[in-house]
Design a protein around this ligand. Structure first.
Ligand SMILES: [Zn+2]
Length: 215
């Protein structure tokens, strides 16, 4: 499977913001037409810095001003935490691109993100319940456990048959993106930052700390 690729200015191919297919994009500059036909004056003038990319898969277009996509509107959801594993980032970005059309689909992908995140945190990654239980035993902060459980449970129809209909609930789905990033921030980014700071201490200071801990 080709990993998800977010739309990038003047790239030949990316996952289309309309149909989500990984598809070839045909780039054209946008011109304005003055509605008249005169042999001496051109009817068309270039609109500066405005480009259009046609998706060869669904024939819909995205519109780019300078190098930013202005149509269709970006979902406005934050980007994935950069410390997440690459395959988790791909799932997250794919969820981000479909959330307005399919909150259920986005939530399913985010649940997959959480399962893989447990794996990144050193768990087997086979059974999400067991993994979270194990992480709790290893001292997972209660808030983070709650965040993991929320993403795990929401959208899981076998847990809440008929209770929750996510078809139109973009807002709930949007909140889950935030939770995945909070979990990554607390469990991966913060410990990494503290470790780097500790390692940057002069050796005699570190020795002092380690000796105190032994005593
Ligand atoms: Zn398309």
């Amino acid at each position: 499977m080709i990993p998800f690729k977010a739309p990038v200015f003047e790239e030949e191919s990316f996952n289309c913001p309309h149909c989500n297919a990984y598809s070839h994009q045909t780039w054209e500059s946008v011109k304005s037409y003055n509605g008249q036909s005169h042999p001496q004056y051109p009817n068309y003038s270039d609109v500066s810095n405005l480009m259009i990319a046609w998706c060869t898969h669904c024939s819909q277009y995205s519109l780019w001003l300078n190098d930013k996509m202005i149509y269709p509107e970006e979902s406005g959801i934050q980007m994935p935490n950069p410390d997440l594993r690459d395959d988790i980032k791909d799932d997250y970005n794919e969820a981000r691109s479909i959330v307005n059309r399919s909150p259920r689909g986005a939530v399913a992908l985010l649940r997959l993100c959480v399962q893989k995140l447990c794996e990144q945190l050193g768990q087997p990654g086979k059974n999400i319940n067991d993994d979270i239980k194990k992480l709790v035993e290893e001292g997972l902060p209660p808030d983070i456990q709650r965040a993991l459980d929320i993403v795990r449970v929401i959208g899981n129809d076998t847990v809440h048959p008929g209770k929750m209909d996510l078809k139109d609930d973009v807002e709930t789905a949007n909140k889950l993106f935030e939770l995945v990033n909070i979990i990554a921030q607390v469990m991966i980014t913060q410990p990494k930052g503290i470790k780097q700071l500790y390692e940057s201490l002069p050796e005699h200071k570190r020795k002092g700390i380690e000796n105190r801990d032994k005593g």
